[in-house]
Design a protein around this ligand. Sequence first.
Ligand code: SAH
Ligand code: MG
Length: 923
Amino acid sequence: MESKELPAGSTNKKTLTPKAVIFQKYGSNACYKVEEVRESDQSEIGLIVPQKGPCLYRCTLQLPELSVVSEPSKKKKDAEQSAAEMAIEKLGINTRMIDPTPQEAWESLVARISHLFSDKFLSCLHPLSGHIGAALQRKGDLCGSIPVSVIAVYDPKICNLCKFINPAVESYPFLVILYIMRASMKLSEYLATSERCLWIRKQSPYPQEIIESLMTEGISLEDIQVAAIRIPSSVEKYVEAINLHISSKDYYLDMIANELGLEDASSVLISRNVGKASSETRLFFATPKSYHLDSSSDLLNGKESLHYEGSLNVRASYLSGQDIFGDAILASVGYTWKSKDLFFEDITVRSYYRMLLSKTPGGIYKLSREAILAAELPLTFTTKANWRGSLPRDMLCMFCRQHCLSEPVFSPSKALSEPSECVKVESTANAKQSEEFKCEVKLLSKCGDLIIKCSPEDCSKKQNDAIQKTCLKLILWLNEYFKNINFPFEKLYQTADSPDIQIDPKIFFKEFAICQSLQITQLSPIELHELLEPFCMDVSYTMLKIEGPDSGVCPSNGSIPCISYSVSLVVEGDNIKEVLEVCDEFEFEIGVKAVISYIEEVVMQMSAGQSACFTTNLPSSQLILASAGGPFRIRSLLSSKSCCLEYEINLTKVTEPLEERMEQALFSPPLSKQRVEFAVQHIKESCAATLVDFGCGSGSLLDALLNYPSSLNTIVGVDISQKGLTRAAKVLHSKLGTRSDAANAPWKGITSVILYEGSITDFDSRLHGFDIGTCLEVIEHMEEDQASVFGNAVLSYFRPRILIVSTPNFEYNVVLQRSNPTSQGQEEESDEKTQLQSCKFRNYDHKFEWTREQFNRWASDLAARHNYSVEFSGVGGAADIEPGFASQIAVFKREAMADEDLQKDTDSEHHYRVVWDWSSSSR
Ligand code: SAH
Ligand code: MG
């Protein structure tokens, strides 16, 4: 390879397993014997009772020079590998030098081909043994002759050896045919070959009993019908469905040859498999007429002459990543490693469009969500919990496979504590440095050349998140590239304008050119259109109808709505409606563009329980064909002018993790914990003996109070939510229930804990005159006037000595939204004010969120009216840095105890219901 612009991974030649190394050197002269060892066998200590524990394996490897015995391993495989590794060490084999020279590879190739035609080989389970068996049933002259293309495709060992003979095989897989022909000509005493017709046959017949056993195996086979598709080489013609009739008495490849208008299987070339790694789907096409083997050329110098002059089949070539000429048949039929029987599976026009779709990162995502018309590749990775569909890392691996690249290389690393780069709001009080991770991801060609590298500076708390985020960044860039694949070559590099992404344009172009032998610029516009149409998504949305009562449960940025939807093709005048895609339960994260923009836009206007209907103009016909069942009707509909897509959506549920998620993700420690700590600090300093937590929810503060020794003896929680109280009771019960070490517990001073059900806007005389009252993140859950009712009630009737009230600072939402990357870049030009107005509340249950000024006014008025002083503070962010604290807190202090306060105590007003009551004396 010549000079590279980026330091390429020169050492990333795939390292072989120890067993493979031994195999390369010794072949079948290496003999592995695995035996079981019981755990007790190796126990030297006589006292241990022999157990029928897990079985272990020990492997003996016998080589001509020596033999080694492995340590016991849990798996047979590991025992063998470890034996091989020991042998390598003893023999001093340099594993890096183990790659065969072209000459050695050439010799192994000849040996391998001779092995394939041995009697022994016919009995092993190998795709080729299936072919050989089937070919023995061919009639007349063809009996027993194997198309060379079959050998070239179905034996991975041969492919590997050919790569050592000539690395160009990677890009020109059909060169393998040439090497196989050459090698079998070396075996002319044993094999008959036809250079012109490209087949190989064993000279002497197989023993009769082998033939007979093959016949009986074949008997169970019935005639089969396999759906396949034809991809015409002319892009003016549609891809069409065909049916392959395969009779049990024939060789299936001959049937495919007939379908291609060829005489027999020897003139059929076969592509590598298309789609998933396990797929048997391949393209079958005619050997180009001018296909010509120059057997006089010097093979080992790699100056092969292999000429094609057929018309390149652009669609088929794009699909398989290798040059395909003339009309091609895409089918999933053949012999496998799993069974002696012929494997087959239907391939429909729809599957073809899906395969086409899966060549692009965005398409991989759509397919993984089974929502071709609805899903889009999200722009950001927030958390694994919010992600739906294939994870970015898996998509990237899939993408590399689709494009015949090496597996991506992930290199996560610990980030140096440089918080400025990280999206994170440090808690001022508790700036404990926590670990963060970055990750670099590289894509390499099959030969190990570096194509593209993505190394963003963003940090994540979890290593896995860092990997996912970088993968997504890379995938998004690649997806953009695929949308603009017809870019002139020179502009390619410039599209990588993100500083995080570096590409090697030369290698990149080589690997991603739609067809390797073809300059993209040579493609006609119509061909480009056919291949890239899925991305031309200039969809506009036309009409909207929202139905059903407003439940008030609305999705907002970061929440996860669950919808059911159906998309249909409708022809307006004709009353035609063809359902394309239906889904009962589809969840997505709002704000990361995980669905087509109109779905998100519409869902944002809905509340749970409502349904909506809107129409859009048509996206690409390829997307529609990839989701639709029968292509013929759809195709005719698509050609009608008044056709559009109709979406029907029901919003079934809204999961609202936004506030909690932000508080956890952006603050360290989480904001909720900081609020509790703030309160605990004040309680300790106040020397209070009695505390009431207004709106205690699930009891996080009460629970925290039991963790510290304090002057408190009575703590009380009030809430209107039965659910919250039940949870609080559970938490407190499990902590207080254990009497055994009560004397040493931090809460040993506490004598009474009570939970009340009731509204904090109502007074209950049992809670009058407490030392301290807390009300954390509660008032915003009430209507504004109710918040004032509570304020007045608490300061005039309950009259605690100290009252702590916290509530979100609305102005801080800008920071939260900025770090929630959804709105990034969108509103750059709008001024702060409109940005603020567009902010939603942090939680859908919030009835209001106040600015600092609003909160100050509320609290100051209240304090003045009831003879309290008030001071303002907060947690998350800082007082003197705009926009202030994330949670704003008011601390009220009673100035003096008036007479009427005491009076109130005497009227016993019990509006609360005790739901849980614990006292130390009663235990
Ligand atoms: N203080 C807790 C819970 C905050 S969530 C914490 O910081 O974790 C808000 C709580 O206020 C909910 O549990 C809700 O049930 C409660 N709440 C709302 N309106 C109320 C009312 N009028 N009376 C009592 N509790 C109320
Ligand atoms: Mg709240």
